[in-house]
Design a protein around this ligand. Structure first.
Ligand SMILES: [Zn+2]
Ligand SMILES: [Zn+2]
Length: 268
């Protein structure tokens, strides 16, 4: 059974209203033994959007210290961050990460050429296929430029927001660019994050099963697991279903990062 959730947000992130205490209590109730709070940090997020996706690290570390004092006897709480990648932020992000003692850094692509695909504007520019392909190209550009992170967040995140049914797209439709991304992270010892938030909107994790299978096929073994919960009811979301999928894909272990170092745990 998977007993950790290494991707969740609290009210420290600008898109969540849930206090850290509530997330910690829900995690204990869900039977988890380790969680990582990975708040959003997206530098240069366009001001046209209502959310700024930034937080004050000192406030974050004070909050996790406080939570550990209260819940530390029941659950291990680790310090993480979800960095919004942008190819030109390498130096700024390197300096920023060096200043603090993170356990775990997720690198996620949320913007495509400065536009958030969450909004319909993004999808008016080109065909749906080309919009999706451009997302993967951006992921690859971003990680080639900056790869000081531990796990690649929600690789096919774009599928959550496609105007039509996402199930028509699979690994095969974008295999060249997806292979480049997977080969790159394997070579760099960066983990592939399996994010269960996609089960809510598209009935599959991010990345989808065919990409996970391809990752294993290419020799990938290092995965992290997280719900990307922004509220208490989604902590450890769909872990039973995910365990079966991972086992069928040939994966037996996942990693929990502490001090930026993977500790392997059995899926079953
Ligand atoms: Zn994200
Ligand atoms: Zn997230």
């Amino acid at each position: 059974m998977i007993k950790t959730d290494c991707h969740m947000h609290t009210s420290i992130s600008s898109d969540s209203d849930t206090p850290m205490d509530e997330m910690a209590r829900a995690s204990i109730d869900a039977g988890l033994d380790t969680i990582t709070f990975t708040e959003h940090m997206d530098w240069e997020f366009p001001e046209i959007y209502d959310l700024n996706f930034r937080f004050e690290p000192d406030e974050y570390f004070a909050e996790t210290d406080r939570a550990r004092k209260i819940y530390g006897g029941k659950i291990t709480i680790l310090n993480g961050i979800e960095l919004g990648l942008k190819y030109d932020l390498k130096t700024s992000y390197d300096c920023f990460l060096d200043k603090y003692g993170w356990d775990f850094v997720i690198g996620s692509t949320h913007l495509v050429d400065g536009i958030d695909p969450y909004y319909s504007d993004y999808w008016c520019k080109a065909s749906e296929y080309d919009c999706i392909k451009r997302y993967f190209e951006c992921v690859y550009e971003n990680i080639k430029s900056f790869n000081n992170f531990d796990s690649l967040g929600h690789l096919d995140y774009i599928l959550r927001y496609t105007p039509t049914r996402p199930s028509v797209y699979s690994y095969n439709d974008f295999k060249e660019i997806i292979d480049s991304i997977l080969r790159f992270i394997i070579k760099k010892d960066i983990a592939l994050e399996i994010n269960t938030s996609g089960y809510k909107s598209i009935g599959q994790p991010n990345p989808s099963r065919s990409i996970i299978e391809r990752y294993v096929n290419l020799g990938g073994k290092l995965i992290t697991i997280g719900s990307d919960a922004h509220s208490a009811e989604y902590v450890g979301y769909k872990y039973d279903e995910l365990s079966k999928l991972l086992r069928a894909a040939g994966l037996k272990e996942y990693a929990v990062f502490k001090n930026r170092t993977p500790i392997m745990r059995r899926i079953f």
